[in-house]
Design a protein around this ligand. Structure first.
Ligand code: AMP
Ligand code: MG
Length: 325
């Protein structure tokens, strides 16, 4: 098998929507990262996702829909969930809610809840409209490797295992969606930080939103299946540091937050022009992948000291990238 890359023309999207309805996999652009999509109502199609990604069966999938109306056919919404969906959809917010019976067990890893979101990316939305089925789509990378933010990243990792990749250009956000568990609307919990932060959610919900993504307890791990300490990781060992020394050996890759003033050595990479968090998030996975491919013994990344919503999400990904197996 060798993946073919398609431009998102109407003709191609019609063909690929038909492929999805037949049970094939299609890698799609979203505003967060590229996803590996299958018809979410077809359990054998969803099984192919786990096989292609080599993803363990206990790591459930996110189901993508056009909006609230379609989502309500798949999960039991409560008033709090409707409120945040109306405010943040389409966008990078995934809601965890009790599943309806039409959702195959494989999608939820056997659990009683399902994760759902409506993506904002125009190509993903067009495809959802034409396909007229919800799409289960985890990130389109091999399990635990760095998420893909360009079509070429998908082909790099999964090109031999899938047939279809849509090239929708680089992802504008670059980090995965915020996951909010609203199974119990009186106890909303963020299971994975993303660009929509706790305070923005609290403002809409009107009650306290807890963050459990960093929790290490057995219970927390069960609540957020798949949120492993080591995730989003390069193959090269990665270390975070406060004090970047740009004169280290050439066999070490150095990733700094801002573009250095003086001309940088070939082992120095930068994440943003002036340190903007949005730009750091957008470039993070592309730069990590590039450094990982360059044959360094180690990659050293400058720690992000900023606080706040998006900074928290970036730090969460960096911490996982640096975690030891
Ligand atoms: P990915 O789409 O690859 O970023 O991964 C999807 C992630 O969503 C999984 O790794 C889980 O952490 C989370 N997830 C999916 N379904 C559920 C669920 N029913 N309950 C809690 N977390 C979920
Ligand atoms: Mg993933």
């Amino acid at each position: 098998m060798k993946a073919k890359t398609y431009k998102p023309t109407l003709r191609n999207l019609r063909y690929l929507a038909a492929e999805l309805r037949k049970g094939e996999l299609v890698a799609i652009p979203t505003e967060t990262v590229y996803g590996l999509a299958a018809n979410a109502l077809d359990s054998s199609a969803c099984r192919k996702i786990f096989k292609a990604k080599q993803r363990p069966r206990n790591d459930p999938l996110i189901v993508h829909v056009l909006g609230l109306e379609q989502a309500e056919q798949l999960a039991d919404f409560n008033p709090a969930a409707r409120k945040v969906a109306k405010k943040f959809w389409p966008g990078p917010l995934t809601l965890v809610l009790p599943r309806k019976a039409c959702i195959p067990r494989i999608v939820t890893s056997g659990g009683d809840t399902v994760a759902i979101r409506a993506p904002l990316h125009e190509v993903a939305r067009k495809l959802l409209k034409i396909a007229r089925v919800p799409l289960a789509a985890p990130s389109a990378n091999s399990f635990s490797y760095i998420s893909p933010t360009e079509a070429a990243h998908v082909t790099d990792g999964l090109g031999a295992r899938i047939r279809h990749v849509i090239d929708g250009g680089p992802c504008v956000l670059g980090v995965e969606s915020t996951i909010l568990d609203l199974t119990d609307p009186n106890n909303p919990r963020v299971l994975r930080p993303g660009s929509i932060g706790v305070s923005a959610l609290q403002k809409v919900l009107g009650n306290e939103v807890r963050e459990t993504s960093g929790a290490k307890s057995q219970r927390a791990r069960q609540v957020a299946p798949g949120m492993l300490a080591k995730h989003y990781s390069p193959r090269t060992p990665l270390r975070l540091t406060n004090a970047i020394n740009t004169r280290v050996k050439e066999d070490t890759g150095i990733i700094v937050l801002r573009r250095p003033r003086s001309l940088a050595a070939p082992n120095i990479f930068w994440l943003s022009e002036r340190g903007s968090l949005e730009e750091i998030a957008r470039n993070l996975y592309r730069v990590l992948r590039h450094a990982d491919k360059s044959g360094f013994k180690e990659i050293v990344v400058e720690k992000l000291l900023a606080e706040g919503e998006l900074a928290g999400a970036i730090n969460d990904r960096l911490k996982r990238a640096a975690a030891k197996r």
